[in-house]
Design a protein around this ligand. Structure first.
Ligand code: 13P
Length: 261
């Protein structure tokens, strides 16, 4: 799959929301709202138990499916875990790796993120690797150090060819679920830094192959100005992806922003 084709990339992370029937309903409403429109790559990311049913709902649409987490082993005595090939089998093309909520509550470290990224790529899936600083780190001017460490450790061993299969989501932790968004300039500064880091790591220009999303209180009213920034290729959306209207509105804003880039 050629991920980078001059369209904004908009993904909705439903987190721990929506049971199976609610997931189907929301997927149907998003499908109707976007109605096979071209011009954006759209991914929805429901809880595991809804994946197969939502996949059926998405038939005959351009909307793609992702999972919220994954384990790095393919099979074995690992009660409660899900492997990359199981996620693929459920109809996913994407999987979030290292979301700050997993790092905070479930012990995901950069080393674990790295194992997951490699396993996910081997299975032919695209990891959406989340990185970002805490408020304290930002206030102490440690944002770039944190982001650099998360990239170099989390993507260790990733080569030139693989970088185009990886999506990075910059999600400042202080902006997640708080209603407090990074300003476009604040976000762009970090996105540019991330792109430079990636280029240093793999030794090639990534401006036309590496997707870097912004996440953290993205809403219809701020999506345009964020996505219009040079190195912001789209958004990873939590709260505003739980209602079809706001999610679809963000997609429209993103398309407008891309036209003006
Ligand atoms: P909110 O859009 O609710 O701030 O969540 C962002 C996020 O964590 C997406 O992964």
């Amino acid at each position: 799959m050629n991920l980078f084709n001059k369209k904004p990339f908009i993904a909705g992370n439903w987190k721990l929301h929506k049971n199976i029937s609610e997931s189907i309903q929301l997927a149907k409403s998003i499908k109707q709202g976007t109605n096979k429109k071209e011009g954006a790559e759209i991914v929805i990311i429901p809880p595991y138990v809804s994946l197969s049913e939502v996949k059926k709902t998405l038939l005959k649409s351009n909307i793609l499916l992702g999972a919220q987490n994954v384990f790095w082993e393919e099979s074995g005595a690992y009660t409660g875990e899900i492997s990359p090939s199981m996620i693929k089998d459920a109809g996913c093309d994407f999987v979030i790796v290292g979301h700050s909520e997993r790092r905070q509550y479930f012990g995901d470290t950069d080393e674990r993120v790295n194992k997951k990224v490699k396993a996910v790529l081997s299975a032919g899936l695209h990891p959406i690797v989340c990185i970002g600083e805490t408020l304290e780190e930002r206030e102490n001017n440690k944002t770039m150090d944190k982001v650099r460490a998360q990239i170099t450790k989390g993507l260790k061993g990733i080569n030139q060819d693989q970088i185009s299969d990886v999506i990075i989501a910059y999600e400042p932790i202080w902006a997640i679920g708080t209603g407090r968004t990074a300003t476009p300039k604040q976000a762009e500064k970090v996105h540019e830094f991330i792109r430079n880091q990636l280029e240093e790591m793999v030794g090639k220009d990534t401006s036309s192959c590496a997707i870097i999303l912004y996440g953290g209180s993205v809403k219809p009213k701020n999506a345009f100005s964020l996505i219009k920034e040079k190195n912001i290729n789209g958004a990873l959306i939590g709260g505003a992806s739980l209602e079809a209207d706001s999610f679809v509105e963000i997609i429209e804003e993103a398309k407008k922003a891309y036209k003006e880039k």
